[in-house]
Design a protein around this ligand. Structure first.
Ligand code: 5GP
Length: 191
C-alpha cells in the first residue's frame, strides 16, 4: 500500500540532500511532491523542479478552490502541497516524499493516518547557524529568523514518528532509508 513519507527539519539541516538520496535509492517506488510556493526563485532552482512558483493572488485562489491538502506560511511566504499530485500518485500505488514544515506535517498526519513523519534534527543550533552562513543564500537577518523558527520546529519534533540527528550525513541518509525500507517491507508483508 502506497503512503506518504514526510521529512521536516530546520533550513540548513541537510533535508534536501537527504531527500535527494532517498529519491535516488527508491527511484522506482517513491516520487517527490513538488510544492507550490510564493517565495522568490533562488539561484540554481528550476521552475517545476524544486517548486512550482506562483503569485500570492494565484495561491490564494487555489486555497479557496481546495487545491491543497495542506498549506502554511513559512518565513512570510506561502507553501502548499497539491492535492492532485498526491492523490494521483497514491491511486497508482506510488509512495510520495514530502519536504514540508512542522505545521504541514501535523496536517498531513490528521488526514493520512499512515503517513510516516521523519524529523531531521541538527547537531545544535550553533552548528545550524554555521551551515546557513556557509550556504550564502540568505542575509544575516534572514538567517537569524530561520534560527528562531528552527528552535520552534525542534520543539515540535516530539510529535514525529522518528527523529534523525544529522551529525554525519551518510549515517543520517542510511537511517532514513532504513525507516522507509522497514515500512515498505511491512506494507508488502500485509498485502
Ligand atoms: P525553502 O524556502 O527553504 O525551500 O523552504 C522553507 C520551508 O518550507 C522548509 O521548511 C520546507 O520544508 C517548507 N515547505 C516546503 N514546501 C512546503 C509545503 O508544501 N507545505 C509546507 N507546510 N511547508 C513546505
Amino acid at each position: 500500500m502506497a503512503r506518504l513519507y514526510v521529512v521536516s527539519g530546520p533550513s540548513g539541516v541537510g533535508k534536501s540532500t537527504i531527500a535527494h538520496a532517498i529519491l535516488d535509492k527508491f527511484k522506482d517506488s517513491i516520487i517527490y511532491s513538488i510544492s507550490m510556493t510564493t517565495r522568490h526563485i533562488r539561484e540554481g532552482e528550476i521552475e517545476g523542479r524544486e517548486y512550482i512558483f506562483t503569485t500570492v493572488a494565484e495561491f490564494e485562489k487555489l486555497i479557496s478552490e481546495g487545491a491543497f491538502i495542506e498549506h502554511a506560511k513559512v518565513h512570510d511566504n506561502y507553501y502548499g502541497t497539491l492535492r492532485s499530485q498526491i492523490e494521483s500518485a497514491l491511486a497508482k500505488g506510488i509512495n510520495v516524499l514530502l519536504d514540508i514544515d512542522t505545521k504541514g506535517a501535523q496536517n498531513i498526519k490528521k488526514n493520512y493516518h499512515d503517513a510516516v513523519l521523519i524529523f531531521i534534527a541538527p547537531p545544535s543550533t550553533d552548528e545550524l547557524r554555521q551551515r546557513l552562513l556557509k550556504r550564502h543564500t540568505d542575509s544575516v537577518e534572514v538567517i537569524e529568523k530561520r534560527i528562531h523558527n528552527a528552535i520552534q520546529e525542534i520543539e515540535m519534533s516530539s510529535t514525529y514518528d522518528y527523529i534523525v540527528k544529522n551529525i554525519d550525513l551518510e549515517q543520517a541518509v542510511g537511517e532514513c532509508e532504513g525507516i522507509i525500507e522497514d515500512h515498505m517491507n511491512n506494507a508488502s508483508a500485509r498485502a
